[in-house]
Structures are given as structure tokens and as C-alpha cells.
Ligand binder design. Structure first.
Ligand code: SF4
Length: 320
């Protein structure tokens, strides 16, 4: 069945840990991108682009968003964010700023999820300043790894991008978050992770997300690091940054206390590892014994991980 224009340009709302109920906006067609990331869920980028140009008209997107919001409201669903998250790079759209201005009339917060490759451009920074939340990709600060993982357009330079991120962060009035995708055997070493953490310490994002591939990737043999390596990365980030969470394929929330201890532990450990003493404290408060944890370990819901002489518990990685 052919999709309507509104369905092509928008989707959702879908639940997002970062954004609540997020209505997605496809402001560019699939795979118009400046990168061809090894882990891309949409396949390889046939032609990498860096020039800003027209894809759709801003009023077409506004109309599509209005229709999608009406449909969501009719179904009793709320929309917390309008999120530019196409299957490509949203800042390639030369009308992105104009579209954000038009969408303001809908009185819903606006987010842009960008790969940051064009953030060194003043005009792109001016456009992104219009959004309430911007997410920037920082998978690595190492040039060789960047070429390997993100396979950038040949004209791009990592040093310029990193400088651009720093400059943007200094003046951006909204909420800046970052996302770092960890790939097993590629950028998951202590050294590679520390490099990113040192850089992000300068940027001070409101939240730094550590992600792992949880869906089929563009290239074969791309996989998630083990739970042990994820806990190591989380701890390296946490030494430098106030707010770190991981994205391992569960839309958990560290703040969703239900009173059901198993559910609460799963929510928290889907977001960050818990130290053994914190788990003990939770059990004590609930008047429960360690049997609860043992049962969760036995049923592969939780994983026990040792790091720097301490025991942590994290949610077991989902099986693809
Ligand atoms: S930046 Fe995003 S859309 Fe572009 S190749 Fe990477 S993962 Fe895919």
C-alpha cells in the first residue's frame, strides 16, 4: 500500500527515553547522508553529500506534522517532541531552520538528531540554535577510527567537526546531548573511550548517551561490546561527566519507580549499571532478600559484572 505524504514525512509518536513521546520528522529522504556508518540501520550510503539543498518544502512538512498530531490526539496519544530524525543527516536540508520556525506554531518542543558532521558551519549552528534539544554524534575523537566507523564524505575533517561541537556548545541555549556508539573490537578500548570522555568533559552535554548496536547494521560483523566493556565505558564516562546513560535496546527509565522491585531494577539497570551496595540498599528498603537478585541472574535478566574491584549489575543485553 502506498504511503500518504504525511506518513512519508512523519512517523509516530514513538516512545523515546530521551524525548518522551516523540513524533518523528523525515525532512530528507532515506540515505542522503554525509556519513556511511558501519552500524547504520538503513544500509550503506550510496552517495555521500555535504552540500545543503532542498528536499521538501517547509509547508509540506508542517501540514504532515499537523495531520499526524491530529491522528495521535484522536487516538488519545500525547506528543512531547517533534523530532527531526530522518534516515540520513537532517542538517543537509537547507530549509531546516525555516521548517522549525513554522513548526513553532504547534507549541511542541523540537529536537534535531544530527551526526554533527556539518556543525563547523556557522549557518548550520544558527539553524540548530532554533531547536530546543540537539543530539550530536561523537563516536570517536581518533581520525583513523572516525574514517573506519563513520566513513565520512572525503571533504570532511574531524578536527573541524570537534572544534565546531565545542563552539556550538558554548553558546547553544537549548539542551545539548551526545551519543557515542560503541562497536566491539573497534572503538571500545579504554583508550578510545577515554579520548571521547575527555573531549565531552569540555563540551559538558546535559546527558552523554553510550549506545550499542541493537538492530541489523549496514555492514556485517558489527556487534555490541560485552556487558563488561559497556560497564567499563560507562564508568570512564562517569568519571568526567555528570550525566551518563547507556542505550542498550531497552527504553528503561532510571526514575520509573513502580514499587515492584524487579521492574524497578530492570528499569534502572537498562539505563546504567548499579553497584552492589546500591542494590543491597534497595532490597533493604523493600524488606526483601538477595533471592530476588539471584532469581533475576538465573533467568538471564540481570548480569553481574566486575569492574575496578567492584561488583556491578546491569541489564543483560537483548538477544537480536
Ligand atoms: S549518520 Fe546516521 S544515517 Fe548517516 S550513515 Fe550514520 S547512522 Fe546512517
Amino acid at each position: 500500500m502506498n504511503k500518504t505524504v504525511s506518513e512519508l514525512l512523519t512517523f509516530g509518536p514513538v516512545p523515546s527515553r530521551r524525548l518522551g513521546r516523540s513524533l518523528g520528522i523525515n525532512n530528507i529522504p532515506p540515505k542522503f547522508c554525509s556519513y556511511s556508518c558501519l552500524y547504520c540501520q538503513v544500509g550503506r550510503t550510496a552517495h555521500k553529500e555535504v552540500g545543503l539543498r532542498t528536499f521538501y518544502q517547509p509547508d509540506e512538512i508542517l501540514q504532515a506534522a499537523k495531520e499526524q498530531i491530529s491522528a495521535a490526539q484522536a487516538a488519545g496519544e500525547k506528543v512531547d517532541y517533534l523530532t527531526f530524525v530522518p534516515d540520513g543527516e537532517p542538517t543537509l536540508d537547507m530549509h531546516l531552520g525555516e521548517t522549525i520556525d513554522l513548526l513553532r506554531s504547534l507549541n511542541i518542543r523540537i529536537a534535531v538528531i544530527s551526526n554533527a558532521s556539518l556543525i563547523w558551519r556557522d549557518d548550520v549552528q544558527t539553524i540548530l540554535n532554533k531547536a530546543d534539544l540537539v543530539s550530536l554524534k561523537v563516536d570517536t575523537v581518533n581520525d583513523a577510527l572516525w574514517h573506519k566507523i563513520n566513513q565520512p564524505h572525503e571533504s570532511l575533517k574531524l578536527t573541524k567537526i570537534l572544534q565546531g561541537i565545542g563552539k556550538f556548545a558554548e553558546q547553544y541555549p537549548g539542551e545539548l546531548i551526545t551519543e557515542t556508539m560503541l562497536l566491539a573490537g573497534i572503538n571500545d578500548t579504554r583508550e578510545a573511550v577515554s579520548g571521547v570522555a575527555d573531549f565531552l568533559e569540555e563540551v559538558q552535554p546535559a546527558n552523554a548517551y553510550v549506545a550499542v548496536p541493537t538492530r541489523p547494521t549496514a555492514e556485517v560483523n558489527i556487534s555490541s561490546p560485552s556487558e563488561e566493556v559497556i560497564v567499563q565505558a560507562y564508568n570512564i564516562f562517569s568519571e568526567k561527566l555528570a550525566h551518563v546513560e547507556y542505550l542498550i535496546g531497552y527504553e528503561g527509565s532510571a526514575f520509573a519507580f513502580t514499587g515492584d522491585i524487579e521492574q524497578d531494577l530492570l528499569s534502572i539497570t537498562a539505563v546504567h549499571p548499579m553497584r552492589e551496595d546500591a542494590v543491597n540498599e534497595m532490597l533493604l528498603k523493600a524488606g526483601l532478600s538477595w533471592d530476588v537478585i539471584q532469581t533475576m541472574l538465573d533467568s538471564n535478566k540481570l548480569k553481574k559484572v566486575e569492574f575496578a574491584g567492584k561488583i556491578f549489575y546491569m541489564r543483560q543485553l537483548p538477544v537480536n
